[in-house]
Design a protein around this ligand. Structure first.
Ligand SMILES: N[C@@H](CCC(=O)N[C@@H](CS)C(=O)NCC(=O)O)C(=O)O
Length: 240
């Protein structure tokens, strides 16, 4: 039995969703509603003490961390392989997924969380105080404290945007030799990981990521969007 807890086709949730779909695996689609704080329910926190998605269940095993979930899936369901066979290329792939987890995702989270301010600042103050007191982690508490008040400062937003400019430049440089996928000729977990975060960047920061400034990255995004697995992502969105 495979089951995936996720928030729908957004950010880190896209990472294992795409991998499962690319591999043609059947799985239970367990979508949590973040606006109802379902990821903080005690039942879900048995699988994720930090109250974060995605989480994969494989029979009686729990696998966490989106990049780790994908490597696990690629090990266990190897018929459709999404990692290069060559050890050096595989190492390069890991460097790229690690960069997204450690640099790209935290910077994007600042801008993404800031956009939740209009929603979070309307939450009843007593309810929010209770939510904050029961946050699974101190980092989560600090984030929601900011978001439920005024949102991030101009300085914090500028710093996150500076980092995202580095991210966009890195992708453009990587693709500038005309390669179709991040690790040369073969589509891999690196493309999946990067796509899960890059997808919204042309809308979020159009001045940084557009067809004139970053033509190779935009062409890669279009190639990704044309993959049947990416086209199928909408089927895993919440229906309410
Ligand atoms: N490094 C983790 C990050 C997980 C993570 O932060 N997920 C976000 C959704 S993209 C989340 O669950 N956020 C809940 C919250 O901040 O309250 C991974 O790659 O799985």
């Amino acid at each position: 039995m495979l089951a995936l807890y996720h928030f729908g086709p957004v950010a880190n949730s896209i990472t294992p969703l795409l991998c499962l779909i690319e591999k043609g695996l059947d799985f239970e689609n367990r979508i949590l509603d973040s606006r109802k704080w379902e990821h903080h329910d005690p039942e879900f926190r048995r699988y994720s003490p930090e109250g974060t998605v995605p989480v994969l269940l494989h029979d009686d095993r729990v696998v966490r961390e989106s990049s780790v979930i994908n490597e696990y899936l690629d090990d266990v369901f190897a018929e459709v392989s999404l990692r290069p066979a060559d050890p050096w290329q595989r190492a390069e792939m890991r460097v790229l997924t690690k960069y997204v987890d450690e640099y790209f995702c935290p910077a994007l989270t600042v801008l993404g969380a800031h956009r939740a301010t209009p929603f979070a600042s309307k939450i009843d103050k007593v309810e929010m105080a209770e939510r904050l007191a029961n946050m699974p982690t101190e980092e989560g508490r600090r984030k929601w404290e900011i978001v439920s008040n005024t949102g991030y400062s101009e300085e914090a937003l500028a710093e996150a945007t500076r980092k995202l400019a580095n991210v966009v430049a890195k992708l453009e440089q990587k693709m500038a030799d005309g390669r179709p996928w991040l690790i040369g000729g073969a589509y891999s977990l690196a493309d999946i990981k990067w796509y899960s975060m890059m997808l919204g960047l042309p809308c979020l920061l159009p001045e940084l990521c557009n067809v004139e400034a970053t033509p190779f990255s935009v062409a890669w995004l279009e190639r990704m969007a044309g993959r049947p697995a990416v086209e199928a992502l909408d089927q895993y969105a919440r229906r309410d």
